[in-house]
Design a protein around this ligand. Structure first.
Ligand code: PAF
Length: 298
């Protein structure tokens, strides 16, 4: 039994999950870069209805040793490893650390650097964004948590009881890979061309780009043993583009705000897998070069 879940990453998804866990009675604490123990008000808007919640907060530096027995990480992929590392002194032994971000590669990095961490992964199709002080829950989605070949641990029971559209997967790599392919097909093109997702269908030249990218994504999936990705990469991408036509992708939002994008953990991960498996992916490589060169951390 986890006493309280601590949420690392106070963006839209972090706040949304704080609300979800609060509704499940799991008494979450949102971790902030600085500050004392306190409370923050979240106004959640869905379908025109507003709900106000009060969630506890705590600055990372204020955490006591052994205070955290469950950590949900909702930062950007770029920040996740460093943010988790800063929390390690506060984690009790074997506290679950659940990574919920776009892209792949952070889990491997943390596993390598801190083998004692009890890591899990997750992926979500929830849509949320902040409109001033309001958190808009724009699209109801599903969230899959898991670890390879591992049945759901006891802490997960509390997540499913409240019917928050959470499920467990013993093949979480398959779910993460699927999301990675979708992000590879959509995010870099929308960031580069400063367009909403729907333009990738409406503009014939961009649609042709999506198709070429998906051919490469399918080839890497086949070489990696992800049979569904090999057969469905294009259908998955087109389906999500259609359903999220009005969205600004997360990478476009980052690019417009002048923030580093998650390109290294999305297309960067795909390209490193392609290189490992000897599959040529020149179009994905070109997008990685173009977008990575605009990240400030270069
Ligand atoms: O990163 C994003 O923006 C989202 O994962 C997705 C599915 C591409 C929709 O915009």
């Amino acid at each position: 039994m986890i006493r309280r879940w601590y949420i690392l990453g106070a963006g839209a998804i972090g706040r949304l999950f704080a609300c979800k866990l609060q509704r499940l009675g799991l008494d979450p604490v949102m971790l902030l870069r600085s500050g004392e123990h306190g409370k923050t008000g979240i106004t959640l808007r869905r379908d025109g209805e507003e709900e106000k919640l009060q969630v506890d907060t705590c600055g990372i530096a204020q955490l006591a040793v052994g205070e955290i027995d469950g950590l949900l990480v909702t930062t950007k992929a770029n920040d996740a490893a460093m943010a988790v590392t800063a929390c390690i002194p506060a984690l009790v032994t074997a506290a679950p650390v659940v990574l919920l971000h776009n892209g792949m590669g952070v889990l491997e990095q943390l596993q390598r650097d801190h083998p004692a961490l009890n890591l899990f992964a997750g992926t979500t199709t929830e849509g949320a964004y902040r409109d001033g002080e309001i958190l808009v829950h724009a699209g109801l989605g599903d969230t899959v948590f898991g670890r390879e070949q591992t049945p759901a641990p006891p802490w997960f029971a509390a997540f499913v009881e409240g019917n928050e559209r959470f499920s467990w997967s013993q093949d979480i790599d398959e779910a993460l890979w699927k999301k990675l392919l979708i992000n590879c097909a959509i995010n870099p093109l929308t960031a580069l061309h400063r367009c909403r997702n729907g333009a990738l269908l409406d503009n014939p030249a961009l649609r042709a780009e999506v198709e070429l990218l998906c051919e490469e994504l399918a080839a890497v999936s086949a070489a990696r043993g992800n049979a569904r990705g090999a057969g469905c990469a294009l259908d998955w991408a087109l389906g999500v583009i259609q359903r999220t036509a009005d969205n600004q992708s997360s990478m476009l939002q980052d690019a417009l705000a002048g923030r580093d994008t998650e390109i290294r953990y999305i297309t960067g991960y795909l390209v490193s897998e392609a290189q490992r498996l000897g599959v040529p992916v020149p179009r994905n490589e070109a997008l990685l070069r173009q977008l990575d060169s605009t990240n400030a951390s270069n």
